[in-house]
Write a protein that binds this ligand. Structure first.
Ligand code: ZN
Ligand code: ZN
Length: 300
């Protein structure tokens, strides 16, 4: 089969690889119908995730048709159309029982990272019963690719962890697909204002059509000043980071109001400074790291 294979930072190739086979009785092999590229794949290509080794098929999102299932798989059979969750989960371990599937002790995010992924004609999905979702008949399969990762990540890690509530002023830093998902789903909670920040005017124009009340192009380095101006120097109630680089996380720290929440979605490859020397005076800020953690790393 053909697959997109990682060969070290900056190097990838569309090449021939063996078709995956069932290794465990809980596996399924899925024929990919649609897949997509995630910002995380771009971080992999930059070399930010050194755990990804030479020869790995990348990609962790997609929809497909079940080709084959192991003997213990009971929820799916050959021919079923499925959404592949970016997170593989057994459903049985302590963390799964707590609903923290991204921390499954025999899974989590492994596809296209620690095991071969979805940017290929076929993919092996471990713990298929808990890691695949059936596609209803007649559904728009291309749209459902967004449910593999992008939409739930923007919603759960951004909007829910950020605790967006009615009347809030929120800022979303990064108007890529995940930032757009946070922008769309934040509107379930009727925030008063949504400020979208990005360096790309085209993305910002789309953000406006998706419900952003203000847009700021941060390329001039003045985004923090502009947010403070828009909020009468108060800052925002929720800052959602959807990029994964130090400058955008530090932007969140600079614009968060007293008692505000910072929700981090971006996958960081470099350490970021938590400016407690300035944040302490804002009191009761909460910081949520990505993907399913829901504790406060500090609450001062
Ligand atoms: Zn992804
Ligand atoms: Zn588990």
């Amino acid at each position: 089969m053909k697959a997109l294979v990682y060969h070290g930072p900056g190097k990838k190739a569309w090449e021939e690889k063996p078709k995956p086979v069932i290794k465990e009785t809980t596996d399924a092999v899925v024929k990919i119908l649609k897949t997509t590229i995630c910002g995380t794949d771009l971080h992999i290509m930059k070399g930010d995730l050194p755990e990804v080794t030479d020869g790995r098929i990348i990609g962790h999102e997609g929809v497909g048709i079940v080709e084959e299932v192991g003997n213990s798989v009971s929820n799916f059979k050959k021919g079923d159309r499925v959404i592949i969750s970016c997170v593989t989960s057994c459903g049985k371990c302590e963390n799964c029982k707590k609903g923290m599937y991204s921390h499954c002790m025999d899974g989590g995010w492994i596809l296209g990272y620690l095991i071969d992924g979805c940017q290929a004609e076929y993919v092996r999905i471990p713990h298929a019963d808990n890691s695949l979702y059936p596609i209803p008949a007649g559904a728009d399969e291309e749209a459902l690719v967004m449910l593999s990762d992008i939409l739930p990540t923007g919603f759960e890690c951004g909007v829910l962890n950020g605790q967006v509530k009615p009347g809030d002023v929120i800022a979303i830093i990064g108007a890529g697909p995940v930032g757009m998902a946070a922008l769309l789903t934040s509107q379930f909670y009727t925030p008063a204002e949504i400020i979208a920040i990005d360096t790309d005017d085209n993305r910002l124009a789309v953000a406006k059509t998706f419900g952003a009340t203000h847009t700021i192009n941060s390329s001039d380095g003045k985004a923090v000043e502009k947010v403070m101006e828009l909020t009468n120097n108060r800052g925002v109630d929720v800052a959602i980071e959807a990029v994964g680089i130090p400058v955008t996380f530090e932007m969140c720290e600079a614009i968060i109001s007293a008692g505000g929440h910072i929700a981090n979605i971006g996958v960081h490859g470099k350490s970021v400074t938590l400016h407690l020397e300035t944040l302490w005076s804002k009191k009761h800020n909460h910081y949520y790291p990505p993907c399913g953690y829901s504790f406060h790393t500090y609450a001062i």
